[in-house]
Every structure is written in C-alpha cells, then in structure tokens.
Design a protein around this ligand. Structure first.
Ligand code: URA
Length: 192
C-alpha cells in the first residue's frame, strides 16, 4: 500500500505530463493544488487565474487573500487545509472551463479526493458546485440557494459532507456577501 505522500507525488507527475485537453499547452504552470493532504477539508475553486498560472499555486490573488482571511478568522491557515480547483490549467482570459475540459481534468480531482479522504469538500462558487451536484439529486441548484447547507455526498470511499460556499471573488465584487460567506465558513469549520 502506497503512502499518501507517494500517491500525491505520483499524481503531481501525472499532471505535469498531462495533455488531455487544449488548456495544457497554453499555460505557464499547471496548478495541482496545495496544503495538507491529511486535512479533513478540501476547498475547491473553478480554475487558476493569472496569478495562479504565474506562481503554480491556487488562490494567490485577491480571492486567495480573502480565502486566507476567512480561514484565519477561524484559526486555520491555508497550510492546514487542502486547496485546489476543478481544472488545473488556466482557461484563456479566465473564461469558465468548458465541459470537455472539466471532464478531461476530473480524473485528477477524483484521484486527489480519494487520496486525501476528506470529511468535507467545499465547492466554492457555481462552477465547482455544478461539478459535485452532478452526482446528486440536487443537479440544478445554484450557490445562492444552497450555500452554507451541508449535503450528504457519496464519495468513492464513503459518505462525506459537501458544503457549498460562495466563491471568495463573489464577496469582493459584492460586499453584501461578505457577512454571509463569513457565517458559512464558521458553520462549516464547526463540522470538522
Ligand atoms: N479563483 C479560482 O477559482 N481558483 C483560483 O485558484 C483562483 C481564483
């Protein structure tokens, strides 16, 4: 049986050489994700943006700063949780990843989840939410309807909690969402 470290390194190498979709040859860096792979919490965004593409790390721009603050308010650092995205390569001009790209990248995300075996997966924003809801009977729900509401989710290794959150970038554009996202984070972290 491989340990988690080995499995993570193997998966990382697989991403380095991945060319399953057209995004892979347009990026500066693929963004695997980072943090603690023994964490009970995985936070999942949509896709890397410009800063993430340049640094090869998830959530390092303004949305990332807010994400760090939300974690910090609950006595957590980004190093204690695992942060990743639905797709690992930046789509041109930050457009939404299309179905082909999401599908091509899904095996990477599924393997990551299987290695980490979190207690909670928190999709942040509608793109990430849509991916996880596909396997539930809540398919057409949007983040505004189900943020902050835990959902029982059948992962490959057993039942876990899906905890939908607004994307931190949404709270930057619409400050009214800030107290809501703060409250949702507090609620989610109590469940860890
Ligand atoms: N937005 C995302 O969805 N992911 C990132 O990594 C950064 C911004």
């Amino acid at each position: 049986m491989q340990n988690k470290e080995d499995s993570i390194q193997k998966l990382r190498k697989k991403l380095d050489s991945c060319n399953k979709c057209q995004l892979s040859n347009q990026v500066k860096n693929k963004v695997f994700g980072e943090g603690n792979y023994n964490s009970p919490l995985i936070l999942v965004g949509e896709a890397p943006g410009k800063n993430e593409d340049e640094q090869g790390k998830p959530f390092v721009g303004s949305a990332g700063k807010l994400l760090e603050k939300l974690l910090h308010n609950n006595r957590l650092s980004r190093k204690q949780v695992f942060i990743t995205n639905i797709v690992k390569c930046r789509p041109p001009k930050n457009r939404k990843p299309n179905q082909i790209e999401v599908e091509a990248c899904s095996c990477m995300l599924e393997k990551l989840i299987k290695i980490i075996e979190p207690k909670i997966i928190a999709p942040m924003g509608n793109s990430a939410l849509e991916y996880f809801l596909k396997k539930t009977d809540l398919k057409n729900k949007v983040i505004g309807e189900i943020h902050g509401k835990p959902i029982i989710y059948e992962a490959s290794f057993g039942k876990i909690i899906l905890f939908p959150l607004y994307h931190p970038a949404a709270a930057i554009y619409n400050r009214k969402l800030l107290p809501i996202i703060e409250e949702d984070f507090k609620k989610m972290i109590k469940k860890l």
